[in-house]
Design a protein around this ligand. Sequence first.
Ligand SMILES: NC(=O)c1ccc[n+]([C@@H]2O[C@H](COP(=O)([O-])OP(=O)(O)OC[C@H]3O[C@@H](n4cnc5c(N)ncnc54)[C@H](O)[C@@H]3O)[C@@H](O)[C@H]2O)c1
Ligand SMILES: O=C(O)[C@H](O)COP(=O)(O)O
Length: 470
Amino acid sequence: MSALDINNLQNSFNQALNVSAGAVSTSPTQSYMNSVPARLHSYSVSQRQKALKPFFTGDIKILLLENVNQTAVEIFTNQGYQVEFYKSSLPEEELIEKIKDVHAIGIRSKTQLGENILKHAKNLVVVGCFCIGTNQVDLKYAASMGVSVFNSPFSNSRSVAELVIAEIIVLARQIGDRSIELHTGTWNKVSSRCWEVRGKTLGIIGYGHIGSQLSVLAESMGMHVIYYDIVTIMSLGTAKQVSTLDELLNKADFVTLHVPETADTKNLLSAPQFAAMKDGAYVINASRGTVIDIPSLILAMKAGKIGGAAIDVFPHEPAKNGAGAFSDDLNKWTSELVSLPNVILTPHIGGSTEEAQSAIGVEVASAMSKYINEGASVGSVNFPEVSLRALNLDQDNTVRVLYIHKNVPGVLKTVNNILSNHNIEKQFSDSSGEIAYLMADIADVNQSDIKSIYDELNKTPEKISIRLLY
Ligand SMILES: NC(=O)c1ccc[n+]([C@@H]2O[C@H](COP(=O)([O-])OP(=O)(O)OC[C@H]3O[C@@H](n4cnc5c(N)ncnc54)[C@H](O)[C@@H]3O)[C@@H](O)[C@H]2O)c1
Ligand SMILES: O=C(O)[C@H](O)COP(=O)(O)O
């Protein structure tokens, strides 16, 4: 068995471990450490590290924030890594202290990893976003440090699409208001401005994983679907792509947003867009809080232009669960928004289902482990995608070189000169923007060679980070 084969490693450690989802306590933080480190060991050196230091998988420290799913905790502990687990995100100061030391960090949508935080990371190799969105991480800066970022591109798409389907019906029938009224003892049986969704038009902005899935579900309820996207995308079912946002706004009874947070999507729906919508149209946002200008939405609702809204994401979201968290301190317009009729507010739960979270935990933790153990960057969102088949450590004196460098001419020639005294068994190199990544397996390498290969590679001015796995 290759000691770098994650599945095999997991199998062997499963027997040695006694970690299960049920082992997690409700205390705010929990540390997990497998007492049996994996055979894998490496030199890991980057510009940011002061010293060359060998480590075993038992030395790898992983910080998990925001209640990342227990499937991920199990995968990491099975690898022998040390896992520190928090249910919420951390205040900035605390995050800076924690990130200084760790090799990997797992977050969800709340934790902001900008340059101000990342620059303190001395040993960081990989970031895992246990969600779809990666806007919370400065991807370019992370790449410039040699830090690869992974996410889960579609494991929660279905959960979001189902939430939106529910919200379409809840808005059309004013179910939220009727429920609140009856909770407080008021019987208010009305049919005025309550509608079936059959035959109505759903306008989807952003026809990616979520938007297209939603399209199929909406059509199965008899809705007509139109969509607007910046790229031309083949429609599913009988949905029709429209060529301008205005056309969608003019035609749709329900407008729902499924775009990423980018400079172009900031306030994508603001006063002019609400004015362009049909009278009484409904607005749904389960994408990112910056995509709708909420004060303009409030004005449009007060004017009777918009018939209802469902909002799952907010420009400023609280760091943890608890009463009073959704306050005017975070978002100045909160009290106005909550006092409007037919407004559904949910605490960013679009992707929060057991199915989605468990699948995301497995997907992202597996990608991170593969990157730590083998250097495989397939699926990375900020890195060239490089992979070689698992390194066979049963074969004596084979070393895997992971060399991340600036994408400038002449580097491969220099590196291959350094490696040229050894048999290069396999090699793969790719680049993406300013970053390039070379992976090579070299044979016939003894212990002293490892040190000298490292020293030579470390002298190359283009290097960003180096790891040698053996
Ligand atoms: N509420 C939640 O819990 C939750 C869960 C998952 C995802 N999300 C958010 O939903 C977003 C969409 O997810 P997805 O998986 O469908 O992403 P995706 O990348 O598959 O699709 C996004 C689509 O938006 C399009 N797009 C980008 N900019 C646009 C613009 N200016 N105008 C129109 N279209 C534009 C893209 O071309 C793409 O087709 C994510 O980026 C994330 O922020 C929220
Ligand atoms: O980007 C995502 O996948 C969603 O916004 C969900 O984020 P969460 O994992 O923080 O709920």
